[in-house]
Ligand binder design. Structure first.
Ligand SMILES: [Zn+2]
Length: 72
């Protein structure tokens, strides 16, 4: 079930809405205006800063050595 984030063009209120149909009528939760802009789907967004896997030979998160031969 997709959840979309909207921003009201009238009062700049930002809100999330669960969209049920193909042509949903979205109203601003604050002022009731239908002039809203869909921003993006929250569904499936993992949120930016993923832990980058360390490159080979640079150790791992459970040890600080560079060889990392005892913890694997
Ligand atoms: Zn509004």
């Amino acid at each position: 079930m997709p959840i979309f984030e909207y921003k009201c063009d009238e009062c700049d209120e930002e809100f999330e809405k669960l969209v049920m149909g193909p042509n949903p009528e979205i109203e601003c939760l604050k002022c009731g205006s239908k002039k809203v802009t869909k921003k993006f789907s929250v569904f499936g967004v993992s949120g930016g800063d993923k832990p980058v896997p360390s490159s080979e030979g640079s150790g791992c998160s459970s040890c600080s050595s560079s060889s990392c031969s005892t913890c694997h």
